[in-house]
Design a protein around this ligand. Structure first.
Ligand code: ZN
Length: 312
């Protein structure tokens, strides 16, 4: 049994938070915002993880903060780390070195105190070119997962997929590589269906059938907005539920923060308080949620206040 599967059986697992938004705020990631000359200064606007090779100390420090706040899993900052996505930011040639460096940093900080997950997200090919690009997406995802395996991750977190079709491909690639995978979809503009039209329940069933060791949702919604869709998933699938909500407030008409007018330059005006995450952490067990972390907007302060969840 893999270490993450063992942890999930023991108690609620506390994850970490969102790396890219926090490092964008600190000036190390290009967001395409009005501040796009920060970070690499190249203004790619791609939210890609080249910070792992260009400013490793900044990434190392954020890992340390999450570990210090009680995170049992550190996610290597390999989000948007496929060659397809890195090409768009001008870093395609460094795809392997960025993935390897990010995992190495996370492992150094984690030591034997936390597990290290490789983060894998959508290539964005399906959003741009439609389902006909699925085979190319498969090649890119398989390549990144191979790099993550070679770098020694403990397991994968497949996250922020908008199309279930692409998530299925990612899960097949994870299985082919022999890596356990937590699989979380992101729902927008509403929590009722993903981009290719599947309900949360359908997504949960399909992801569990394809071998995900936990299924759930991440990003886009604050905890109270995400809870109903997690309950749907819990009822539909007989595997642990994982949740990494965002810390930004959404609206009745639009359940995702990335389509709020505040994205990306006015996010502070819709920031959700740490208290809401403490409540979310506290209710995790009773809601049947086995893996609790945060996504965009959650820095280590959000974790340290939630760390009492296993003690509660
Ligand atoms: Zn996020």
């Amino acid at each position: 049994m893999s270490p993450i599967t063992t942890l999930l059986k023991e108690s609620v697992v506390l994850g970490d938070g969102g790396y890219l938004i926090e490092l964008e705020r600190r000036g190390y990631v290009d967001s395409g915002s009005g501040r796009e000359k920060v970070g690499t200064g190249k203004g790619s606007g791609q939210f890609t993880p080249e910070v792992a090779i260009e400013h490793p100390d900044a990434l190392r420090e954020l890992h340390r903060e999450f570990l210090g706040a009680g995170s049992q899993v550190l996610q290597a900052l390999t989000f948007f780390g496929t060659r397809e996505k890195l090409n768009r930011a001008g870093y395609g040639a460094q795809t392997e070195s960025i993935n390897a460096a990010a995992v190495k940093l996370a492992k150094e900080v984690a030591g034997d105190k936390a597990l290290v997950a490789g983060s894998v997200s959508r290539t964005q090919l399906l959003e741009r070119e439609g389902l006909g690009s699925t085979d190319r997406a498969r090649d890119h995802l398989a390549e990144q997962i191979r790099f993550l395996k070679d770098a020694g991750v403990d397991f994968l977190i497949l996250e922020t997929f908008f199309h279930l079709a692409e998530m299925k491909v990612a899960l097949q690639c994870a299985a082919a590589a022999g890596l356990s995978a937590v699989a979380t979809m992101s729902f927008r503009p509403l929590i009722t269906a993903c981009t290719d039209g599947h309900t949360p329940a359908e997504c949960a069933r399909v992801m569990a059938d394809l071998g995900a060791i936990a299924v759930g949702a991440n990003c886009e919604q604050e905890p109270p907005r995400m809870l109903p869709l997690l309950r749907e998933m819990r009822a539909a699938a007989n595997v642990p539920i994982a949740a990494q909500p965002a810390a930004f407030r959404t609206t009745v008409d639009c359940h995702c923060f990335t389509r709020q007018s505040a994205f990306p330059d006015d996010l502070e005006t819709i920031q959700v308080s740490r208290r809401e995450f403490v409540e979310f952490g506290r209710s995790a067990s009773s809601e049947g949620i086995s893996y609790v972390g945060g996504c965009c907007g959650c820095n280590a302060a959000y974790n340290s206040t939630a760390v009492s969840l296993n003690a509660a």
